[in-house]
Design a protein around this ligand. Sequence first.
Ligand code: ATP
Ligand code: MG
Length: 838
Amino acid sequence: MQSPLSYSLQEIAAKENCEVLTMLAVNADTGLAAAEAARRLKQYGPNSIEDKTRTSELLLLLHHFKNPLVIILLVAAIISSFMGEGVNAAIISFIIILSISMDYWQEKGARKAVEALKKSVTSKALALRDAVLLEILPEELCPGDIIALSAGKIVPADARVIFAKDLLVNQSSLTGESFPAEKTSGAVQKPSDDLTSMSNIVFMGSSIISGSAEAIVINTGAGTAFGKIAEKLRQRPEISDFAHGMQKFGYLIMRVTMILVLFIFLINIVLKHNLLDAFMFSIAIAVGLTPELLPVVMSVAMSKGAMRIAAKGVIVKNIAAIPNFGSMEILCTDKTGTITEDKIRLEKCISMNGMDVPDLLRLAYLNSFFQSGIKNPLDNAVLTFTIPDISAFQKVDEIPFDFYRKRGSVIVKHNDKHLLICKGAPEEIWKICMGKDGLASNEHQVYNSLSQEGFRVLAVATREFIPRNGYTKADEEQLQFQGFITFMDPPKEDAAQVIQSLAEMGVEIKIITGDNHMVTEKICRDIGLPVKGIMLGTEMANIPDDALQKKASATTIFARFSPDQKNRIIHALKAYHRSVGYLGDGINDAPSLRTADIGITVDSATDVAKEAADIILTQKHLLVLKEGILEGRKTFGNTMKYILMDLSSNFGNMFSVAAATLLLPFLPMLPVQILINNFLYDLSQIALPSDNVDSSYVKKPHSWDIHMIRNFMFAYGILSSLFDLAAFYLLYNFFKVSQPQFRTGWFMESLATQVLVVFIIRTNRLPFIQSKPSALLIISALLCLLAGWSLPYLPFAGVLGFAPLQLHIVGYLSGVVIMYLACAELLKRVIHRYTIKQ
Ligand SMILES: Nc1ncnc2c1ncn2[C@@H]1O[C@H](COP(=O)(O)OP(=O)(O)OP(=O)(O)O)[C@@H](O)[C@H]1O
Ligand SMILES: [Mg+2]
C-alpha cells in the first residue's frame, strides 16, 4: 500500500486542510521529522513508478528468448535431439546460449551506463523536513511530506494543496486536457471521482504553469493516479526518422528471407525428398539471413556514444535519440538563454507619460517582485537593477503572466487605492491601453528603434481601482501607458562560432521566439546567421498545414510565437525534413521539445523542459552541441555499416545457397556449418560499434535511404554470389573434392569473404586503406577468420562434417577471396560515382 489513508483522493478533496494534516500526522510549519520520514519511506516504499519488467535480471535474461529467431533455433534443437542428431542439437544449443548471454551482457552494460546518466539529471523536489525546506530526490518523498511547488516544476506525487497562489497546472498527461487547470486550497464541495473536479489535488506528473503552492503528499509511487495508469500512459513517442528507417529495413529483410527460405525449402523437398534435412537447412538459412545482432550493435553503439559525449557535457536522457541527433538537418532554437547569455541586464527606463524614471522603475520592480510565477531572466534583471522603497505598497492580487497574453499584472494597495501594474510585450500592452486606436506614433517609433538596436523592450502600464476583492484578466483594460524598460541580452560568446560550425556540418538554424522580430534580426546579424525569411505568430491563424510546411522551410525567424505555434512549426518542418531538432529551456518550449525528433535543453532549464527533452547540455557553451552531433553521426555510421555488411555478405551467401540447391546433388553446407559460419561472422562484427568513422562521413547529416540499401544489397549480393559460384566450380568440377571437403571449402571461402569485406564497406574512401579501422575491429575480424579456417584441421572436425583440404586448394580459395575483395572495391567506386555524386 502506498498511502496510510484509507480514503480515496475524492474523499480527501472534500476535507478541510486541518483534517488532512491531522490524518497524516504532520505539522504544516515544520513538515515531517527526518526520522519519521525515513520510517514512512520504509513502510510505503520509494516514490517511483518502476517499470516492473525492468526489475528482475532473470526476466531481462528471459526476455531474450522472446526473439522469434531464438524460438526457431530452440525448436530446431529439440527436433534434432529427437531425431537422434545429437551433435546438431548440442551445437544449436551452444549457439543459443552463447548469443543470448552475449546480448544480455552487452545490453546490461549499456543499460547501466544510461541509467547512471539519467540519474545525474533528474529534477529534485522541495520538501519541508524538520522546518527546513530541502531539495530531495522525488523517490524519497513519503505520504505526509509537505512539498513546495512553483512554476516550471513537475508535481512529484499526488498531493493535497494546502496553500496556493494563482496556481495553474497542466495535467494533460492524466486528463488529456491541455488547457491549464486552476488549483486552490480548501475543501471542495462534493467532488466527483473525475480528476478534473478535484481542484485542490495536484497529481503526479502534471506541471506547474504559473503560481506557487504548498501541498501535502497523499499517495506516492504506484499508489498515485499516474502510477495506476502508468502503463497506459507510457505513450508511444512519435516515430522518429531513424526508427522509421529501421522498421522499413525490418520489412525488407523479412520479405527477402521469407521468399528465399521458402524457395530453398521447396526445392529441397522436391529434389532431395528429405523433410528433416530441408527443414533444418532452411532454418539455418533463415538464421543466417536475420541481422540478429542488429539490436545489440545499435544499443551498444548508442550507449558508447552517450558515454563519450557525457564526458563532454552532453547528457543523453533518451539514448534512442542519438542517431536523430546525427541526422538532424534543422535545429530550431529559442533565443533567450540559448543563443543569448542568460544574464540579462536592465539598461534604461524610458518614461512616455511624464512619469519620473524612478517611479517607472518602481512600478516595474513592484510587478516583478510581487508576481509569484516563475521569475524569468527579465524579472531578475529588474529586481537586481535597483532596490526601491516599496514599504508603502502591499500586494492585493495578481493576474499571472502567460505566454499567450505575453503580459502579467499585479495589483497593489497604495494610499487606500488599488493600483494594477501590468508589464509585458509592448504590442500586447497597447491592446489594453486607453486610446489604443489613436496611439501616438512616437511610442511606436521609440519601440521600433530600440528593438532594431537589439534592446529587449517591455512596456509598463497601470490603472487605479477603488479597492475591491478579486481581479481577473478582464480587468486588464483601459490602462494608462507609462513607458518602456529596456534590456541588453547579448549573444553567447561562442554563438557565432557555433552557427558557423553547424552550418559547415549541414545543420540549418531557425529561431522560434516569443520576442519580436526586430531584436531577433539584430541578434542574427550579430551572430552571423543569414535570415531567409521572417514569419510572425499572427500569420499562423489562417494558414493551412501544407502551405505552412513550405513557408516554414523558407523562414529563419519565427517571432512572437506562442507555445502552440512553436509546436505547430516543428510539426510542419518535420514533414519536409528528415530530422528536426529543438533547443529551448522554458515552460513554453516543452511541447516543441517533445514533438521534435530530438529535443535539446540546458541544465538551467525548467524541470518541464528537462523532462520533455532527449538531451541536456550541462555546460554553458553551445559548442558541445557539435560534439553531440558528431557522436550521433558516428553511431549512425556504424549502425549503417553493420546493415550494409549484413546485407552484402549474408544475402550473397544465401543467393549462392539457392543456386547451389538447384545445381548440386547434395547440400552445399550442413545446417550446423551454416550456423557456425553465421555465428563466427557475427562475433567478428561485435567490435563495429566502436569502430572509427571517416571524418568525411560525419561532415553532413545522413539518414535512412532504403533505396540505397536495396541497391547495395543486390549489387553486393550478386557480386559475392558470383565468387561463391567460382569457388563451387573450383571445388566441384576442377578439384572434384569429396562432399565434406566441398562443404569445408565453401565454409572457408564464404567466411573469409563475409568477414573481410567489412574493411571495404566501412569507408567511402578509395582505396579503402586510406581509412583506419579501430584496432578492436581488426583483431576481432582476424581472430574469427583464424578460428574458422583452423576448424577443419582440428581433431573434432569430422563431428561437424568438415574434412581438411589440401594446401594448394586453400591457396586457390584464398585467390578467390582476394579477387572478390578487389571487385568489391571496384564496385564501390561505381556506386560511389553514380549515387554519391548526384
Ligand atoms: N517577466 C515578464 N514580464 C512581462 N512580460 C514578459 C516577461 N517575460 C516575458 N515577457 C514577454 O513575453 C514575451 C515572450 O516571452 P519570452 O521572450 O520568454 O518567450 P520565448 O518564446 O521563450 O522567447 P525567447 O526566445 O526570448 O526565450 C517576451 O518577449 C516579453 O515581451
Ligand atoms: Mg525562452
